[in-house]
Design a protein around this ligand. Structure first.
Ligand SMILES: [Zn+2]
Length: 99
């Protein structure tokens, strides 16, 4: 009787471990695929060319699944004040008919 119970519980524990493992792996993969690459080579806030000034370190972060690159970290404050305004720039950059 005791043996059967132990067997049941160990099976349950194994099943839970597998489910948790799959869920974590699936979630991580989904999150990685959902991030859209940043299409510009300029800072979305200041329009400065990224990496043009060696004294400025390009600041990269992800905003709602969109990768954002800024010429410096202080530009993030401006971006977060009005993200929609700056994200509009990416929309126009992504349009293929822009020549
Ligand atoms: Zn900046």
């Amino acid at each position: 009787m005791k043996m059967i119970r132990w067997f049941k519980w160990s099976r349950l524990a194994l099943a839970l471990t597998l489910v948790a493992g799959f869920a974590t792996a699936g979630f991580a993969e989904e999150k990685k695929a959902a991030v859209k690459p940043y299409p510009l080579d300029t800072c979305i806030v200041s329009d400065e060319k990224l990496g043009a000034d060696p004294a400025m370190k390009t600041f990269v972060f992800t905003h709602e699944g969109q990768e954002i690159k800024l010429c410096c970290k202080s530009c993030q404050k401006n971006f977060l004040k009005a993200p929609a305004k700056y994200l509009k720039k990416l929309e126009t950059a992504n349009k293929p008919d822009k020549k």
